[in-house]
Design a protein around this ligand. Structure first.
Ligand code: NAD
Ligand code: DAU
Length: 377
């Protein structure tokens, strides 16, 4: 089959990457989609069971730091686009082990950029290097209105019951970078390298910075899946500090749709912020999770509130994130599709219905399976 395009999606076995791979494989049968993933603890091919046999899908187990390997693959497959999601992504792990974060997020991104440059050799026509980044690179916003105010922006999806802003300022694309955690410092560094490859060599790059994602297939070390699983098993819910920190939540499939729109229609060398104007204090979201999980499990709603356990705060814990995605919405017409209440209901239901997936991931069984599968290769 002669494919119209051949794309590498890195980190496709992870949480967001698996949704992006699924969307592209299903929506673009004339594109060949290569999922390049090292399968760290966060990578799980079970996330892609439903599309693994599609003819336009190929999985390659590879480390993005393997410059020679990536270059060879790009040349053999005549890759013309890269959507780069592979990263170490958990802030708490970055506090314990910053080296791995610098290695994967910085050196890994640089290795991919160098391979793309060597493969495309200045013939940039029709090529794209699209780097997925995070809002955390902008640092933290002040919480000038702890009780919440009517926000200046609205979207179709944010017009639900809860729609407050906890300050007047938002992350806009022109803000200077002020990362605080080793994770966000490494992501910031990788963003700078991507822009440098555009400015120095003319590589057609795009960078997007997205807010917190939630939805199916998220590794249960992150707030939402961890807490749903703990509520189900009536285990304590470790709330950092007072639970007052604010995060801006977007349903993962809405992020994947934004990536599709931006990959195809975004302007080269631009940055786009992605988010749904959906700020929540952690403690409020946790209460919603408890009520929803209780209800879906047939327990009295709110019965598990006593699981809330305030613990020592995360070091350097950013107070508030809030993304202004006006540029993306106005320029490319993207908007989030789901109201948060609906997204949370879907998400809790998915984790409760997929206990086997959760059990596999929490026990580490999925990794033993890969070790056997790849032994000797
Ligand atoms: P994740 O941790 O769920 O998945 C990361 C994937 O990358 C895994 O499949 C892992 O095996 C793979 N990987 C890690 N190191 C690799 C290496 N050296 N070589 C090849 N593959 C490697 O991450 P996620 O939450 O899906 O995040 C994906 C991307 O989106 C990251 O770049 C992250 O910074 C960014 N992001 C995440 C969020 C969020 O809320 N999760 C929000 C904004 C941006
Ligand atoms: O903003 C985008 C970022 O969102 C992404 O770039 C990161 O990859 C992703 O992990 C996420 O980072 P956070 O640190 O915001 O997500 P996390 O789920 O770890 O935590 C969400 C909030 O909940 C944060 O304020 C810390 C708090 N928290 C988290 C955990 C795991 C708790 O109170 N208790 C917990 O056990």
């Amino acid at each position: 089959m002669n494919y119209e395009r051949t794309l590498i999606i890195t980190g496709g076995a992870g949480f967001i990457g698996s949704h992006v791979v699924r969307l592209f494989v299903n929506k673009y049968p004339r594109y060949k989609i290569i999922n390049l993933d090292k399968l760290t603890y966060a990578g799980n091919l079970a996330n892609l069971k439903d599309i693994e046999d599609k003819p336009n899908y190929r999985f390659v187990r590879m480390d993005i730091c393997d410059f020679e390997g990536v270059l060879k693959l790009m040349q053999e497959e005549q890759v013309d686009g890269i959507i780069h999601l592979a990263a170490e992504s958990h802030v708490d792990r970055s506090i314990k082990d910053p080296f791995t974060f610098a290695q994967t997020n910085v050196m890994g991104t640089l290795s991919l950029l160098q391979a793309a440059k060597a493969c495309w050799e200045g013939d940039w026509e029709g090529k794209r290097f699209y780097h997925i980044s995070t809002d955390e690179v902008y640092g933290a916003l002040e919480m000038t209105h702890p009780e919440g105010i009517e926000p200046p922006f609205t979207t179709k999806a944010s017009s639900g019951e809860h729609h407050l802003a906890y300050g007047e300022k938002f992350f806009t694309e022109d803000l200077k970078y002020q990362p605080h955690s080793p994770y966000s410092a490494a992501k910031a560094s990788s963003d700078h390298f991507v822009r440098a490859f555009h400015d120095t060599f003319g590589m057609p790059t795009i960078v997007t910075n997205c807010s917190n994602n939630y939805g199916p297939y998220q590794f249960p070390e992150k707030l939402i899946p961890l807490f749903i699983n703990n509520i189900r098993h009536r285990k304590p819910l470790p709330v950092y500090g007072k639970g007052e920190n604010v995060r801006d939540w977007l349903y993962v499939e809405d992020h994947a749709r934004a990536i599709d729109v931006i990959f195809h229609n975004g302007r080269i060398a631009e940055t786009y912020n992605i988010g749904g104007f959906n700020e929540w204090k952690n403690i409020d979201i946790i209460k919603v999770l408890i009520r929803t999980t209780d209800r879906l499990l047939g327990r009295p709603e709110g019965a598990d509130m006593d699981l809330i356990t305030f613990v020592t705060d995360r070091a350097g814990h950013d107070l508030r994130y809030a993304i202004d995605s006006t540029k993306l919405q106005k320029e490319l017409g993207w908007e989030p599709s789901l109201q948060f209440e609906e997204g949370i209901e879907r998400t809790v239901r998915w984790y409760l219905d997929n206990q086997e997936w959760l059990d596999n991931v929490t026990s580490g069984d999925y990794q033993k399976y890969y070790e056997q599968m790849y032994a000797g290769r």
